[in-house]
Write a protein that binds this ligand. Structure first.
Ligand SMILES: C[S@@+](CC[C@H](N)C(=O)[O-])C[C@H]1O[C@@H](n2cnc3c(N)ncnc32)[C@H](O)[C@@H]1O
Length: 303
């Protein structure tokens, strides 16, 4: 959130020039090799009809890379070494949840299910019926999932279902694209992307501004000692810093694989001034895809 000082490696602004188009395609190695070995050695690429999960998986690894220097890149909350009872709300494919209960090298995709990890399929907006309170509740990438009232009710249930002294942690990406050196042309599709989708989502009654609004709602639910860290997440391989360059490459994959899934439903249902046709969306996405690869721009989003 805006009042939080931005704790960013100064190298964020150092450009990794010259770099080539292949940098966008690189699957990355080095700092996150442990994470990536899991991804590459087990060698499963999601099938093409599973593009959205591929995007979520890329975003999962982006988060790990951004926090690779943390004692445990899966979370920032000081939950200690042995939290007993953890809930990951809206877990998706479950990479976070599967990795979380165990110590040791992280890998994704995960091929082994720890016996102490249980998946439950239910609507988290319904009244929770778990009897045992949690030590830690984690939420990530749930922007657009709930109405404003829905979010407030969800945080209230989190509060009521945590042990006193327990922690909630949330990580969200903001959808707006920025550059600090005017390398993002103001008339580009990418520069307008955030506002286009924030508008669609408002009309759909499911705001995409969760990254900005979550703190206020979490505090209103009764939580105290709220800490916030703001990340600038590069899109593309342009930073000189090794970790940020990897984050940028992965974030490029996140965008490239997720674009259509993120855009098609919202634009064809809630596009302005009228819902878009599928063809119009495809033309727009082709433009965005091409712009994402422009080596001249140094773009990022907040998380
Ligand atoms: C974008 S995915 C994020 C997955 C995961 N948290 C991650 O960071 O990779 C959103 C997830 O929220 C889940 N979700 C959305 N609305 C939900 C609801 N009302 N109850 C339970 N899960 C929900 C979806 O099923 C999906 O798995």
């Amino acid at each position: 959130m805006s009042e939080t000082p931005i704790d960013i490696d100064p190298n964020f602004y150092s450009l990794n020039e010259p770099y080539a188009l292949e940098d966008f395609q690189s699957e990355t190695t080095s700092i996150t090799s442990e994470i990536h070995k899991g991804r590459m050695e087990h060698g499963r690429r999601s099938p093409s009809d599973d593009k959205q999960f591929e995007a979520f998986e890329a975003a999962h690894i982006v988060c790990l890379v951004l926090d690779y220097h943390q004692p445990n890149p899966l979370h920032r909350a000081p939950i200690g070494d042995f939290p007993k009872h953890i809930l990951d709300v809206g877990t998706g494919k479950g990479s976070w949840a599967i990795n979380c209960p165990r110590r040791g090298p992280l890998s994704t995709p995960v091929t082994w299910m720890p016996p102490n990890c249980i998946f439950e399929v239910d609507d988290v907006q319904r009244e929770w019926t778990w009897r045992e309170p949690f030590d830690f509740i984690h939420l990530r990438q749930l922007l657009g999932a709930f109405s404003e009232d829905g979010w407030q009710a969800l945080y209230k249930q989190c509060y009521e279902n945590l042990h006193p002294g327990g922690w909630i942690e949330q990580m969200e990406f903001d959808v707006r694209v920025h550059s600090d050196d005017a390398s993002l042309p103001p008339d580009s599709a990418l520069a307008g992307w955030g506002d286009v989708f924030i508008g669609c989502a408002e009309r759909a009654g499911r705001s995409l501004t969760t990254q900005e609004t979550m703190r206020g709602k979490i505090e209103r639910a009764g939580f105290v000692d709220v800490q916030e860290d703001l990340y600038k997440v590069p899109m593309g391989p342009w930073p000189r810093d090794r970790a940020l360059k990897e984050a940028g490459q992965l974030n490029y994959h996140h965008w490239a694989s997720g674009l259509e899934g993120y855009a098609m439903w919202l634009l064809t249902k809630f596009g302005a001034p009228a819902p878009w046709t599928e063809e119009e969306v495809q033309v727009y996405l082709a433009k965005v895809r091409a712009e994402l690869k422009r080596p001249s721009q140094h773009i990022y989003g907040y998380a």
